[in-house]
Design a protein around this ligand. Sequence first.
Ligand SMILES: [Zn+2]
Length: 313
Amino acid sequence: MSSSPDITFAGGELDRATALRDDPAALRAELQSSTARFVPLWRGQCLIQNAAASYFVAEQLTPGEAESGNPILLGRRDEHCLFALNLDPETEPGVRAGQHFEELRHVMGELPAGDAALVAYARAMLNWHARHAHCGVCGAPNQSQAGGFVMACTREGCGHRSFPRLDPAVIVLVHAGDACLLGRQPDWPDDRFSTIAGFVEPGEGLEDAVRREVHEETNIRVGACRYFASQPWPFPAALMIGFHGAAQSREIHLNDGELAAARWVTRQEIADRAITLPPRTSVAFRLIESWFDEGNVSLRELGIEGPPLKLRR
Ligand SMILES: [Zn+2]
């Protein structure tokens, strides 16, 4: 099993330059430097050029955007400091020739891996800012600090500080001998199946969440769990945490009605292409692949890659 499976949005190699967050003077100098690059989001869409992430330079920003304190420090790549920037949704942005805005879900499978990770990171940070304009304790306006990694309440006597939020979710491939447990969501085509997933609840360990979700959705009891890999999922703030789980029972019942169907799928059925697998650079696909490949033949050898991670409609 590969220790670093190819999973979209994970494995970004950006230097996050965390020391800069606590150095306001150096941060301001980087922000005003001609080498600064801005990763913009406009109406939730990212800036693309030639099937890669693209950037604004300082001249493309309005004075309001440049001075608002809104840019969030993402880190350093080559000689550039990179900042995430949310553009005014009411104003058409001034793009350069070849640049255009597109929904991340539509292009994430086409971007170079480092770009996909960068844009997902920018999107997650901007999502968090958009949802934390006000203090969660007293309701007063928040102010961005520490390069955007703290949202601090501006009301004297409160001063509550919020930090970037992640919603952990478990995603699990349950297996029993030569079969694995896959489910189909109600809005999917009849032959599309994937792993079981759900959000972790307060008071749960990750393995507890795995066992609860699988039981709620399929009635299957899971014993031993083994961590596999994770995937940032910034729609808006999830972290998908992948596990393999060993089944202790076989009888499926859709307890909570969340899935339209669930079934045991054998290696032979997968080899025969009886179902459509999840997109190839998702952690779901990699979970299925790593289990399948413990059999006699690998998915790669069979030429089964899963559909591209491309959700363009
Ligand atoms: Zn407050």
